[in-house]
Ligand binder design. Structure first.
Ligand code: IMP
Length: 429
């Protein structure tokens, strides 16, 4: 049963949307494992741009089942907007292929509110969240205040839970933040409507997933964000509140440690990050500006300019290990066209030490300086190239350097936004 887990190798925005769409051409099912509307996955099909925050990117392939998995936190308003977008764009047929796990948690109106209040409370130590209520929704899941998709199937249960949780949240709003309480009536009436609209999609997804496995179908598990935003394995506390690493994807997709897993890392040809936190290869000069402009590096969820820099190989090696990657995809390779020199970070200098491992201490992260290997750049536009051997020698040298550095094959290269701008060296399925 071929199973491909797709994980971002750095701080998200590696181009997973396009690659999940591309890899799932040969899949029967895509399961999104974690996160919520903090993600923004862009897919371009025949020059038309689709941005999904919740719905798996595989939805644009007729016949593929798409599951919003157990590990997700779902804002019903955002999901209904995406469902409407599919309807408005001629994808009505895709809706019976969409399933929401009963176990997924809901992002409630107070979660967005608390996201903003907590960020202001932190002042200069803010995380730089997307403001979509993700952290507070996962907090509630862990603290067992969470309201789940299954609760929308039984409004009596929902009502009781909401009453209890809202009393608690309102006490904090009023007493800690001196803010007005939320109205139970308004929230409940809003969710009654969501319940009506989302009921047809909320199911026990286990039989669907296990039937697919039993009949040897191809499954893709779509991780959102990236390795360095993982709650345990990222640059804590500047992380998201879920587990974007491959192990988290298994958990969030209700899968165990199966054999025959393809663990596919999606890595951008350079590195970017949105929000606060360490980023040793960040270029604060013209190079960073050029990467941002050429790469269109503005958040697809918040529109924030992304911080940009050269590819961080230390992080990439770490991501290779922690996700047990079996192959790598390099995206946005075309964006590097025109640089006379390319730099690849092989180590960090931390004080007097040269480090090949990531630090844990925030102070070490603060002072870590990249040690670069310098390569020749390439001038030409590579976005129309279809075969690896037609790429300029310098481009291939860059790919082969990365391959040697992490000791796994680079299976696919993306040289443009469209599905067709993709060079396959090794099939995933
Ligand atoms: P949150 O996930 O909204 O709580 O944000 C926590 C951190 O993760 C912030 O630095 C966000 O900018 C970052 N983040 C969350 N989702 C994404 C994403 O899909 N791409 C890139 N960064 C993200």
């Amino acid at each position: 049963m071929p199973l491909a887990i797709i994980s971002g190798t750095h701080w998200g925005d590696e181009g997973k949307g396009k690659m999940v769409d591309f890899i799932s051409q040969k899949a029967n099912m895509v399961i999104r494992a974690q996160g919520g509307s903090n993600a923004g996955h862009t897919v371009v099909v025949e020059a038309k741009k689709y941005v999904f925050h919740l719905i798996p990117s595989g939805i644009l392939h007729p016949g593929i089942k798409c599951i919003l998995g157990d590990g997700m936190v779902i804002d019903p308003a955002d999901l209904l907007q995406e469902i409407q977008f599919l309807r408005d764009n001629g994808w009505e047929e895709s809706l019976p292929r969409l399933f929401i796990s009963e176990k997924a948690h809901l992002v409630m109106p107070y979660h967005r509110l608390f996201d903003q209040l907590q960020e202001s409370f932190r002042q200069s130590s803010r995380i730089g969240t997307t403001g979509r209520g993700i952290g507070p929704a996962y907090e509630d899941k862990v603290a067992r205040w969470g309201i789940r998709a299954v609760d929308l199937l039984n409004l009596d249960t929902f009502k009781k839970k909401l009453q209890l949780v809202l009393n608690y949240k309102n006490a904090i709003l009023e007493k800690v933040f001196q803010k007005p309480p939320l109205s139970f009536k308004e929230v409940f009436e809003q969710f009654e409507k969501y319940s009506d609209q989302l009921k047809p999609y909320i199911v026990n997804t286990l039989p669907i997933i296990y039937d697919a496995l039993a009949s040897h179908q191809n499954l893709v598990v779509e991780g959102a964000q990236g390795t360095m935003l993982d709650l345990d394995h990222g640059t804590y506390p500047y992380v998201t509140s879920s587990h974007p690493v491959a192990a988290g994807s298994l958990l969030g997709a209700s899968l165990g440690p199966l054999s025959n897993i393809q663990s596919v890392g999606i890595c951008k040809a350079y590195t970017s990050r949105v929000g606060e936190g360490p980023f040793p290869t960040e270029c604060l000069d013209q190079t960073g500006e050029t990467l941002r402009e050429q790469g269109g590096e503005y958040g697809s969820t918040t529109g924030r300019p992304r911080r940009c820099g050269w590819l961080d190989g230390v992080v990439l090696k770490y991501a290779t290990r922690i996700n047990a990657l079996t192959s790598l995809v390099i995206t946005k390779l075309d964006v590097l066209g025109g640089f006379s020199k390319i730099f690849f970070c092989t180590h960090y200098r931390i004080g007097n030490q040269v480090a090949s491992e990531l630090p844990t201490d925030p102070f070490d992260w603060e002072i870590a300086q990249p040690v670069y290997q310098e390569l020749e750049g390439w001038e030409s536009d590579i976005s129309k190239i279809q075969f690896y051997n037609d790429l300029p020698r310098a481009t291939r040298d860059y790919i082969e350097l990365i391959e040697d550095f992490i000791e796994i094959p680079v299976a696919i290269l993306s040289v443009g936004q469209d599905r067709s701008s993709t060079i396959v060296r090794k099939e995933i399925f």
